[in-house]
Design a protein around this ligand. Sequence first.
Ligand SMILES: Nc1ncnc2c1ncn2[C@@H]1O[C@H](COP(=O)(O)OP(=O)(O)OP(=O)(O)O)[C@@H](O)[C@H]1O
Length: 211
Amino acid sequence: MLKLTQISRSYGRKTVLDAVSASFPVGLTLLVGPSGAGKSTLLRLIATAEKPNKGEVAWDGAALPGARQALRAALGYAPQAVELPDDLTAREFALHMAALKGLDAREADVQFGAITERIGLHADINNRISTFSGGMRRRLIFAQAMLGAPRLLALDEPTAELDGETAARLSELIVERAREAVVVMTTHLADALAPAAVQVLRVDQGRVVPA
Ligand SMILES: Nc1ncnc2c1ncn2[C@@H]1O[C@H](COP(=O)(O)OP(=O)(O)OP(=O)(O)O)[C@@H](O)[C@H]1O
């Protein structure tokens, strides 16, 4: 379980999140809200890619920073925009990410094969990332986040830029993982996944409230 208590985050004078409290149990939590509302900011705070100005993040009942390593060890994170190493093949990149997570290389390779098979990327895993389209890059970012069966999965618009069928395949994997993991996902298209979610939270004007 992930818990945020009275979290605030500002950029300069702009307060993006204002004393936000929320709990994220095992299952799928969807974060919705208008563009620029702070959904990605909230996800970066959860993924420890950024620190709040105020407030507390707790994982498994223990507060950060003490619990930061435990949270990171449990984390799979698919940010919205990230620069990928164009010279590597998708598989090389995935194995690099797996090594950073401390996963066994052979096991990670098998997992990467299975995940990419499910999301229609398998035929391309030995191709250089430089040849990848936007949708292929997004699927690769998603696939690396899923390595190691993370107990905490933070996904920023994972189905953006994907066609309906591919988005549905990703969604299936997300829902499967959410059976045993805390999954927090931002989306502009909550309708399709809302029935599978334990909660839908709306981020707007500094607040996070049930949608
Ligand atoms: N590093 C930063 N420096 C300054 N301002 C930032 C930074 N990151 C985010 N912001 C601002 O914080 C606000 C929230 O941005 P965020 O990306 O979290 O919104 P979002 O809800 O994810 O939007 P979208 O749905 O368009 O992805 C925006 O006004 C954005 O300009």
